[in-house]
Ligand binder design. Structure first.
Ligand code: NIG
Ligand code: FE
Length: 414
């Protein structure tokens, strides 16, 4: 099957950068105006300018894109999509003045999600997660990372990871799995942190290795959760079975998570709401991607992460949704891009590249997706007719997407 998109107002994000974009590079978004794009089967075959092409390629289907943009699908490199139930009661508690940390300390938050997940049969968890993934795909996400971390016991962590593995086989969205057993200390180990860490390393990691259940290892490095030393120890154990670290760092406090991530050669350090000047400098001088989660900061009424300072220092930044029931109940990446522009003062070009190619790098999927390039998956967003690219983040709350393609197949049409 050959699909030809014609008269594209602008083909956005063409090319194939060799490394995650950093600093000023993020604002340099390659575009081709009045373009055509040929998709063959699941992959991008070729593209060119209508002005310069004498003979367009033959195709089975031709789609006229007059006035519309085509972009690579969003690459959402940080989510907790597998969860059992929403937590809007905490949303109301926060309106009344409680903080995220206070709710967590009283057994709410992550621990409440863990209690609900433990009670849900694996099959039901899988079905509900599949249904969420369908909505995620329709919203324009074409690759996603999903974490465990609402299990917090051997059985429930493995249940989550097996559900994610089953999602990999069943969903059209490419998925990467992260083991986040170190998301919180479960109540039964409150007086025995060492016992829980041993359980993660000695009881769960060997099964993950045996069954191929994860690609990355994650730790919530934060006051009241896991210390930098514990983070390093858990991640080093993960590395011995081939899991590259991706760390929750500096969300609520200047936690030392960024420095731990740099030491570990993590693929990314995520959140970064609480950054000291020397932490910004250290991250910018490293090859670790800083993943910002603007909807989580907004939802928790946290100060937005210092995107401008990070970019001025030359850091590589990605944007992700952090989709989870506690701090970001939205998976909508158009919303993430808007919020990055509004709250973080990222330019539309910076935000779009952070949410596509740099997200792909943060999942080690950059060879397959994240830009428009021959040989990559045809994971594409066709917009409504738009006056300019900046209209996408400008019109926050309303979708600019007309059609969504995953591996060459239409998954949503407005
Ligand atoms: O990324 N910060 C830790 N983990 C999640 C929130 C998890 C939850 O509250 O359920 C986050 O914000
Ligand atoms: Fe998270």
């Amino acid at each position: 099957m050959r699909l030809l998109f014609r008269r594209i107002k602008s083909l956005v994000g063409v090319g194939h950068p060799p490394a995650a974009l950093r600093g000023t590079q993020l604002a340099e978004l390659n575009q081709l105006s009045n373009a055509w794009l040929l998709v063959e089967g699941e992959r991008i075959h070729s593209f060119g300018s209508e002005d310069e092409t004498v003979l367009l390629p033959e195709a089975d289907q031709v789609i006229d894109c007059t006035g519309r943009f085509i972009l690579p699908s969003f690459c959402d490199s940080h989510t907790h999509l597998v969860f059992a139930a929403s937590r809007e009661e905490e949303f109301v508690d926060k309106i009344r003045g409680k903080t995220y940390a206070e709710i967590a300390a009283k057994g709410g938050g992550i621990l409440s999600s863990a209690r609900k997940l433990a009670a849900l049969p694996e099959e039901q968890l899988f079905r509900e997660s599949m249904a969420k993934l369908e909505k995620v795909a329709a919203a324009g996400t074409g690759a996603i990372e999903i974490k465990s971390g609402y299990g917090l016991s051997v059985a429930a962590e493995l249940k989550m990871l097996r559900v994610i593995k089953q999602l990999k086989y069943s969903s059209r969205i490419p998925i990467k799995a992260s083991f986040l057993g170190a998301h919180a200390i479960p109540p039964e180990f409150k007086e025995n942190r060492e016992g829980y860490i041993r359980l993660l390393i000695d009881d769960i990691l060997p099964v993950i290795e045996q069954e191929g259940l994860a690609d990355f290892i994650d730790v919530f490095c934060e006051e009241g959760f896991f210390t930098p030393d514990e983070t390093i120890r858990i991640c080093e154990a993960g590395k011995t079975i081939g899991l590259r670290p991706k760390i929750h760092a500096n969300q609520l406090t200047v936690s030392g998570g960024v420095e731990a991530g740099i030491k570990l050669d993590a693929i990314s350090v995520d959140h970064l709401e609480s950054m000291a000047p020397e932490t910004i400098a250290a991250l910018a001088a490293s090859n670790v991607i800083g993943t910002l989660l603007p909807t989580a900061a907004y939802f928790l009424r946290m100060p937005p992460p210092p995107a401008r300072l990070l970019l001025e220092a030359g850091a590589a930044l990605a944007l992700a949704s952090d989709f989870n029931p506690g701090s970001s109940p939205s998976f909508n990446m158009e919303g993430v891009v808007s919020m990055a522009c509004i709250q973080l003062r990222m330019l539309p070009e910076e935000a779009l590249q952070a949410a596509t190619i740099n997200g792909a790098f943060a999942m080690q999927l950059e060879k397959e997706t994240g830009t428009i390039h021959p040989g990559k998956w045809a994971n594409l967003l066709l917009t409504k007719p738009l006056s300019s690219l900046a209209y996408i983040p400008y019109s926050f709350g309303a979708s600019c997407l007309h059609q969504v393609y995953l591996k060459g197949s239409l998954v949503k049409s407005a």
